[in-house]
Design a protein around this ligand. Structure first.
Ligand code: PLP
Length: 459
């Protein structure tokens, strides 16, 4: 029987119902239905349990979101009491409520610079759609409606609404459900290990910024609304750009007066050892999206933090911004997000990631697997890391299409009590920020074991 389940379904019952009625995201439904989904029953701290009683270390914090770990009573109680007080009211028709106002203030207390005006959504994708519409409308307000091109990067992930899909650089997504939103352009990603050839990291950082400038000149500087990027690409495989990349990108945006948008859906809320990834990576966005870690994934909520340049244009413009969602600033989700930010502050979690557990995790991971025959390169900062699996380290040789090395490795992880995600041939980690030293040790031992098993599978 499943623990913590209000009914008495066993694993096979849940799998059968799931196969009959549930369509999973980013999943080959037919193949999954034949196999049966793994059933997760409950969780505590950094661990999950499945319906077969297996205890699993969650090296991905759910989907990069359960930053404060599972089972936090502070967040559960916040939802409970807010639901009793005011379960729902909207923020459309000149109304507000205390949780949404307070949350906007809490967010503004941790955002950098003048990103003090907060627009609410429910998911990262909706936040990205909000950015697309808001930056275009900003230029329209400024009398330049033709300035509506957004520039993003190959292999970026910005969600799966039509806006997020169009802005993102995922080829597999572009092939489905089109046509895409027009007036979106893309430049190369800053993936040094994979795509820089003989260039040093510094040279490559400059080359990537030059690619942005060339694209701007190609489409015409006066047609570009904004450049959008994740500080560190997450779903693309945890790609940490060269140290000079974002400074160079910022210079180009400033030169042409182009808005700079940071997609902080993964990097926000402490993941990189600062409240937001742009602080770690050294740039100053005009606008940024956030979701996931905002509520530690306990309830769906997202936001766009808007700086003075954009916000003041809207505030001074005597017209509605025709955009928003039924659940923009949902009071229960807002109450949980407030409790989450306050808990992060109380437990000094950002400092813990910056000065203690982040450096410890990065060091232990390298000690555990940097010398492993499968590991070509490790990159990461704070509590996010990506590992490139290769057939041969030097000279670098990648696995061919005949071997799905990432999936083989991911399956070994699943079978050995570790959740680690595969992105092509890259393995990625993003554990809850509350992970302890002993749990990092356990995680790194499991990574080593699973890499050994993966090597055996392909030898
Ligand atoms: N932006 C980034 C950087 C993301 O990583 C994600 C999701 O992983 C999204 C946007 C979309 O968020 P959601 O899945 O909540 O719509």
């Amino acid at each position: 029987m499943l623990e913590n389940n209000s009914n008495s379904l066993n694993t096979a019952d849940v799998q059968a119902i799931d196969a009959e009625h549930h369509m999973h995201p980013f999943t080959n439904t037919g193949a999954l239905n034949k196999k049966g989904a793994r059933v997760i029953t409950h969780a505590d701290g950094v661990y999950l349990w499945d319906s077969e009683g297996n205890k699993i270390l969650d090296g991905m914090a759910g989907l990069w979101c359960v930053n404060m770990g599972y089972g936090r009573t502070e967040l559960i109680d916040a939802a409970n009491s807010q639901m009793k007080q005011l379960a729902y009211y909207n923020t459309f028709f000149q109304t507000t409520h205390a949780p949404v106002a307070e949350l906007a203030k809490e967010i503004a207390s941790v955002t950098p610079g003048d990103l003090n005006h907060i627009f609410f959504a429910n998911s990262g994708s909706e936040a990205i759609d909000t950015i697309i519409r808001m930056v275009r409308q900003y230029w329209s307000i400024k009398g330049k409606p033709y300035r509506n091109i957004l520039i993003a990067r190959e292999n970026a992930y910005h969600g799966s609404t039509i806006g997020g899909t169009s802005l993102g650089g995922m080829g597999g997504m572009h092939k489905q459900g089109g046509p895409l939103v027009p007036n979106i352009e893309r430049i190369r990603q800053p993936y040094w290990y994979g795509e820089a050839g003989d260039m040093t990291e510094e040279e490559f950082g400059i080359a990537c910024a030059k690619a942005l400038e060339e694209k701007i000149l190609e489409v015409g500087p006066d047609n570009v609304a904004a450049f959008v990027g994740e500080p560190i690409q997450g779903a693309g495989g945890v790609i940490v750009p060269p140290a000079n990349y974002w400074t160079e990108i910022q210079k180009v945006c400033d030169k042409y007066g182009i808005l700079l948008a940071a997609d902080e859906v993964i990097c926000g809320f402490g993941r990189t050892g600062s409240w937001f990834g742009c602080e770690t990576l050294g740039f100053k966005p005009d606008i940024m999206s956030m979701a996931k870690g905002l509520s530690s994934g306990y309830l769906p909520i997202a936001a766009v933090a808007v700086g003075d340049r954009i916000a003041n244009a809207f505030i001074e413009h005597n017209e509605d911004f025709n955009h928003g969602f039924t659940y923009s600033g949902h009071p229960v989700a807002a109450a949980v997000a407030i409790a989450n930010i306050q808990l992060m502050k109380k437990e000094n979690i950002v400092e813990y990631v910056a000065k203690d557990i982040g450096p410890y995790f990065q060091k232990k991971l390298r000690e555990a697997v940097a010398d492993h025959p499968l590991v070509g390169h490790i990159e990461g900062t704070g509590l996010i890391a990506g590992l490139a699996l290769v057939k041969n380290k030097a000279p670098k040789e990648l696995f061919g299409d005949d071997i799905d090395i990432g999936m083989i490795c991911r399956d070994h992880c699943f079978a050995n009590g570790l959740i680690m995600r595969a992105v092509g041939s890259r393995m990625v980690l993003s554990p809850p920020l509350v992970i302890s030293h002993a749990e990092v040790d356990e995680l790194c031992e499991k990574v080593r074991l699973c890499f050994d098993l993966t090597l055996k599978s392909v030898s």
